[in-house]
Design a protein around this ligand. Structure first.
Ligand code: PGA
Length: 268
């Protein structure tokens, strides 16, 4: 796991945007895994800025989102489709028919829909770079604690902590879904690169469990310890419970030198 600590959330977003831009500029048919939540909003803003400045085209990009709520449809302002349109897709030149979310409409079988999503990812050639946030309880996507580390796209019941964490986004009388479709942990681990971004003190404990804790279904993000190319971008607050901060900084400095000498070692 490559842990990189920045002074603040803005620098995290800037660096994350560079990873995404590099993939899109290098790969003729990039497949991007996308996340929702508060954390990636400034990343998406930076991508929109790059696009509007004529530096980045998403024309050949296919995207797969991590998750989507059940019980509300795409027209609902709380749906993750709506979030993606509003924060990214409406402002860039991506072909909207190549943007996928793991949906399950009323009456559809979640098992069939999960298998279909896995197949769509496969048909696209697999995810090159998966963007991830992390829940305060260590979830990635909506893979809540106790999720199977071998899980695939399926329906999940959200935990009380996640419902409480996300209740800030819902009005008092508004319906808050308790079920979601989510890529599984094995689905996420299949991505060639994963880029997890976390900012703020509220994520510090989950970040510590992910990076330094035991590999455990109780912290689904700890499964990233098994990934060959996992990059974790943190601000100082999210990194505050990590014991080896000096080492991560030193290792990052060495990586920059190695990259300068031999070119970027990641190969999208
Ligand atoms: P947040 O959500 O970015 O809104 O904190 C992250 C997550 O739950 O994965």
């Amino acid at each position: 796991m490559q842990v990189i600590i920045f002074d603040d959330a803005q620098h995290v977003a800037t660096n994350a945007a560079e990873w995404v831009a590099e993939l899109i500029n290098k790969n003729p048919k990039p497949v991007l895994g996308l996340a929702t939540g508060s954390t990636p909003i400034s990343l998406y803003q930076q991508l929109v800025n790059k696009h509007q400045a004529g530096q980045l085209s998403f024309k050949n990009t296919t995207s797969f989102n991590l998750d989507e709520y059940l019980g509300i449809d795409a027209s609902n302002a709380q749906s993750y489709r709506h979030f993606m349109n509003e924060n990214l897709f409406d402002h860039i030149d991506i072909d909207i028919s190549k943007t996928f979310l793991p949906t399950c409409a009323q009456g559809e079988n979640p098992r069939t829909q999960g298998l279909k999503y896995e197949e769509q990812i496969k048909q696209a050639g697999g995810v090159d770079l998966q963007i991830l946030g992390i829940g305060a309880n260590g979830h990635i996507g909506f893979n809540e604690p106790t999720s199977s580390l071998a899980s695939r796209t399926r329906i999940k019941t959200l935990t009380q902590q996640t419902l409480t964490d996300n209740s800030r986004l819902f009005d008092n009388n508004e319906f808050q879904p308790t079920l979601a479709m989510t890529m599984g942990i094995a689905t996420i681990l299949d991505a060639r690169y994963v880029l997890l971004i976390a900012t703020g003190e509220s994520k510090a404990k989950a970040v510590k469990d992910m990076v330094a804790g035991p590999l455990s279904a109780m912290c689904p993000a700890s499964a990233l310890q098994m990934h060959e190319n996992a990059i974790v971008l943190l601000d100082k607050a999210a990194a505050s419970q990590l014991e080896d901060q000096e080492y991560y900084q030193w290792a990052h400095d060495q990586n920059i030198k190695i990259n300068q000498e031999f070119g970027l070692y990641h190969n999208y």
